[in-house]
Write a protein that binds this ligand. Sequence first.
Ligand code: HEM
Length: 433
Amino acid sequence: MTTSDTAGICPVTVQPLEEGAPPRPVIDLDVHGEEFCARNYAIYDELLTTAPLAWSQRNGGFWMLTGYEPVFEATKDDDLFISSAGTGLPKDGQEALAPGTGPIPIEIDPPETQQYRKPVLGLLSPKTVAGMEPSIRQMADEFIDEFIESGEGDLVQQLSTPLPAKLSLRLLGMDEDRWPEFVAWIHTIIHGERAAAGEAQMALFGEVATVLESRAAMADKPEDVLTAIVTCQVNGETIGFVEQVRYVFLVLLGGMDTTSGLTGNTLERLARDPALRQRLVERRDLLRSATEEFLRVGTPTQGLARTLSRDAEFHGQHMKAGERVMLMWAAANHDPAEFADPHTVDLERTPNRHMAFGVGLHRCLGSNLARAMFQVMIDRVLDRLPDFELTVGEVPRFHDAGNVYAPTSFPVRFPPGPRVSPSTGPAAAGPAQ
Ligand code: HEM
């Protein structure tokens, strides 16, 4: 029985799921669909008004949480909203990953979460990351050198994709010059067809297994993220080999497209808003607070899922054990109840309690590094090619915003400039898409 409806781009119908069940606000939303990718922010705006908690039958069925308060509260209740049953929603018609096979530590529930996180957390602290900045800067300059003299380039393909990829491989003691292969595997795993994704996963896991084995055999292990994972102890025992693979996989996955997405989303704003760009060119001291604002308005990881551990009444809705819940960080980051004038970019916004890195127990382990990479890339672009012009009307994006909201390409032209480092030969190959 339908009791009320809303019109609009994401209509809501209030109805029971089955005879005798309490009615719930129902929407027809596919978070992996192209329609969602094209209109995500308009959909959030509408749902924030009509139904900040709504149920969709797509993607295996899920609660869509857009309101800042419900999303925030859900992240704080790890007992009710668990992560171990999966943090991604399946595509329509596909099965979700079996629990206990997904990435680590994102799909580990308390009380063990902290034991998995701790060894890596210390290696990505603000102080450690500050020490990496000169090398990040050098890397950014080397990538820009590859195209600065020509007066044209692709800031996603030739800067924001390779830099985090190369640095993630460096963190893990892997061969960083092979970044194009790793990017191609990760993209195929996330965005490719099932069979191709399976093959890419096997290839990537093979590489990860080899590097883990050789690190485990090393007598004198360097102090880095790979060693932290190989020696990670939970309940007094070193974690198993498969768990180590699942952990390395997340560091690779977490580090790459997210940071590139943040950079690409920000470059698009700067390209389309000359006054905003000029302000940042002149007031580079604002880059720190601007980073938080760009994370808020251009959130790359739009949302991540949880699963209800039991039946519960939450923000007026009757939720059932086993139902999935999507915590839409990107929508919450535009909730006018938390952020005044949420669509305006305010480089000095305070407070700015955005949730782009999540909140609570599973808060992003790489947030300091992500900020540093982003700030260096934006700083180098604004210093070396401040007059860049986007050469396409619409920026090409991954079609699936349910995984990451990020451009795939950002072609620009600009007045040519000089290299800052000696030529190292032919330009590095771009990533395969
Ligand atoms: C702008 C860039 C990034 C964004 C937007 C981002 C976003 C997020 C979010 C929202 C979570 C929370 C997961 C949850 O609550 O279920 C998370 C977790 C995580 N991120 Fe990031 N991330 C970024 C960069 C990175 C980088 C550079 C790394 C690695 C070096 C990384 C590694 C991780 C890991 C390992 C976790 C899991 C933490 C846990 O479950 O305890 N991320 N990230």
